[in-house]
Design a binder for this molecule. Structure first.
Ligand code: ZN
Ligand code: ZN
Length: 720
């Protein structure tokens, strides 16, 4: 079956129904919506699916804290997300929840298929157990040290450090996330999915998978490292019950992606259509025989789940496979790493929509700030600059002056014909833009279309219709007709990015129906001369300085109060923060600003003015000496750490573990003169003894630099 005629499912990673929508969410959902609108404009059959992820421990932990049931908690956030998506112009064909009956049934069916297929086995494993709370501690109920990189991690994922998924029993020094007491490991029977058996399949499959390199290449790397079987049960009540296993539910990462199928079923039920044509359309089970396209838009942090676990489950249970995985880059706020607890966050409701900003402006910014896979920086002044210089000065200007001129002087679309070179330019732009869209290059799409708007402005300007109207009204009509044809084409082409505003333009052009329902080919269909125009109105107005200054002020205050109230950070993050602090005081692990998984602490140092005052005596408690690096070698167990030998003027060199591997090559470290805290209590990191800490600075955006004296000093010199 031709790619163009295959029915297509597009999904977005499910938002977790445990908090409010922020800009980081929109980075995935807005481009996915743009993509879907563009597919519809190409005449393809496409269904856009999403829903709230409702299971897992964070929901239960939060509900307990709020004194409500998990169901009540997720209902609140499900509604919130659903509202925000509607207001942002993101049009899902179905938006369910993973607690819907359809998902319970579909998950049970798939798990049973995997059991029947021999892909599931039982094994006794050590599960963290809190004697104080008298409960088993699945996933986020437990925290401890990552066995791979030494960062503080939660039970199911090294979220602050190496990002690897973690399995029950793997955390070192487990601790109860609720009461903070040390947990113990107790043996218990759990179910495992034989992921390792899918090794050969996944290697072959990933060669055929389309999407962005940041997804596909990472996944290939992980498979090359070897796959471990996957524990798919948890000791909880909240979730989808595991078949024939008392007290166990399936792990949330099993039933969450199955939601994509369940929500398609909900959509099919509503519209009397078939969900099987998307998910059961693998005619003989081979990779090339699939008669549907399945495109997943996800955040860059859940590639493992979508490119490895998910296709293996689908394959094992006999379902169609994802054909494309598109992963978005991260978001920074005002050049700082996105962090809710530190106040570097923009809430889509409270900060943006509720303050009267039009959703299309944010959609435009998200689409065209940078390439989809790169890091996107958001700042209010940057938003202002982008909107005023492009949407207002180029697109808005063209639309308003063309429509106003036509309306005032002709009262309708003037008599004229579309010039061949104009139609050719529109055709070229469309081809180029659609090609960019197929490559998930939303910025390129938007830039290409914006170029057509510049071309149209130049056309208007150089033909001087305001002069022609006085001398040759017929010729003037010809020019204005072509300007309006360009406006029409731009309306069609920009509709995926700024749908609300383009609908307004469509109405001003006097055209019937919805801009959203028109195909790209409509851009080339000539306007009907003498057809009535709507009343012209300004589409885009400048974002004014005082409005932006007001938003800047709100953003600054938020960061300030977050810093001041450090410790009063949101719940799940507070737990982590606290356990870090406790960990630090217990064994005084060397904490370089850039030590493994401690990047957020690095940001803290940037806000040093807000830390409590210390005396000079406090400062001198740290003994800092100049040292010369003699050697640096990789610590195999970790992805971030070096074992570094440093001469600090003592008889024997010091052995120091440092998390600067991402920033320096080992051979470039040798010979460098650095600053070392020499009286820090020794500690073990990833099993390697560390006797001190090498000082480095971290600007919070990923740049880390060693602190070095500006002239050569002998090892052992005091820093004071
Ligand atoms: Zn780790
Ligand atoms: Zn406890």
């Amino acid at each position: 079956m031709n790619q163009d005629t295959k029915p297509m499912i597009v999904t977005c990673g499910l938002p977790y129904a445990n908090g409010m929508a922020h800009l980081g969410h929109m980075r995935t959902y807005v481009p996915a919506d743009i993509y879907v609108r563009s597919q519809k404009k190409q005449g393809r059959e496409v269904v856009f699916i999403c829903g709230s992820d409702t299971h897992g421990t964070p929901v239960v932990v939060n509900a307990e804290k709020e004194g409500i049931t998990p169901k009540e908690l997720v209902t609140i956030y499900h509604k919130h997300f659903s509202d925000i998506f509607t207001r942002m112009g993101i049009r899902f064909d179905a938006y369910g929840t993973t607690d819907d009956e359809e998902n319970h049934i579909r998950t049970t069916e798939i798990v049973q298929k995997l059991i029947d297929g021999g892909y599931v086995y039982s094994k006794n494993i050590d599960i963290a157990y809190c004697p104080r709370c008298d409960r088993f501690l699945p996933d986020r109920y437990v925290e401890g040290v990552c066995p791979h990189c030494g960062a503080i991690a939660r039970g199911d994922e090294c979220d602050q450090g190496c990002k690897k998924p973690l399995y029950p029993g793997e955390l070192i020094d487990p601790r109860c996330a609720v009461c903070k007491n040390p947990a113990e490991y107790r043996s218990q029977e759990h179910r495992f999915f034989k992921l390792s058996e899918f090794d050969g399949f996944l290697k072959e499959y990933l060669e055929t998978l389309n999407g962005t390199d940041n997804a596909v290449n990472y996944a290939k790397g992980w498979v090359a490292q070897g796959l471990e079987d996957w524990c798919i049960t948890r000791n909880m009540d909240w979730g989808v019950k595991f078949p024939n296993a008392d007290g166990l539910v399936v792990y949330v990462w099993v039933d969450a992606p199955i939601g994509y199928i369940a929500f398609t079923e909900e959509w099919a039920k509503d519209g009397n259509d078939s969900w099987e044509k998307f998910w059961k359309n693998n005619t003989d089970g081979t990779l090339n025989s699939q008669n549907s396209r399945i495109v997943h838009f996800i955040g860059g942090d859940i590639v493992y789940h979508h490119c490895i676990f998910w296709p293996a489950m689908l394959k094992g249970a006999g379902y169609a496979l994802p054909t494309d995985v598109v992963a978005s880059g991260m978001v920074k706020i005002e050049d700082k790493k996105f962090s809710k607890s530190r106040g570097y966050v923009v809430w889509v409701g409270e900060d943006y929509l509720d303050r009267g900003f039009h959703p299309d402006l944010l959609r435009f910014y998200l689409a065209c700030y940078t390439s989809h896979t790169k890091e996107l920086n958001f700042g209010w002044e940057m938003l202002q600059e982008k909107i005023n210089s492009e949407l207002v000065a180029v697109l808005g200007n063209l639309f308003y002056r063309s429509l106003l001129f036509a309306f005032k002087n002709f009262g309708a679309v003037p008599n004229g014909t579309a010039r061949p070179e104009i139609l050719e330019k529109i055709k070229q732009t469309t081809t180029e833009a659609v090609k960019a869209m197929e490559e998930y290059e939303f910025k390129k799409y938007s830039d290409t279309v914006m170029e057509l708007a510049s071309y149209a402005n130049t056309y208007f300007q150089s033909h001087e219709p305001w002069a022609l109207i006085k001398t040759d009204k017929e010729k003037c009509g010809e020019v204005v007709y072509n300007c309006l044809q360009l406006v029409k084409a731009l309306t069609v082409l920009f509709e995926p990015v700024t749908p609300g505003k383009m609908q307004e333009a469509w109405t001003q052009l006097g055209l019937k129906g919805n801009a959203a329902d028109t195909l790209y080919e409509e851009a080339l269909v000539p306007l009907v001369p003498e057809s009535k125009l709507g009343t012209p109105e300004i589409l885009f107005t400048k974002l004014e300085n005082d409005k932006i200054a007001e938003m800047d002020e709100i953003a600054k205050k938020r960061v300030h109060s977050a810093m001041k109230e450090a410790g009063l950070v949101p719940d799940e993050e507070k737990v982590l923060e606290d356990s870090k602090k406790e960990k630090g005081s217990k064994d005084k692990a060397p904490k370089c600003a850039c030590a493994a998984g401690e990047k957020m602490d690095g940001e803290n140092t940037n806000e040093s003015a807000l830390l409590p005052e210390i005396t000079i005596d406090d400062f001198f408690k740290a003994q800092i000496k100049v040292g010369k690096i003699l050697s640096a070698e990789i610590i195999e167990k970790s992805t971030k750490l070096y074992k570094i030998m440093v001469d600090v003027g003592e008889e024997t060199p010091r052995q120091i573990v440092s998390g600067i591997r991402a920033y320096y090559e080992a051979e470039h470290l040798v010979g460098k003169t650095v600053c070392v805290i020499v009286n820090l209590k020794a500690a073990k990191l990833c099993g390697v003894q560390s006797q001190g800490m090498i000082l480095a600075a971290d600007d919070g955006s990923g740049s880390v630099s060693l602190l070095m004296p500006d002239q050569e000093l002998k090892p052992g010199s005091d820093v004071c």
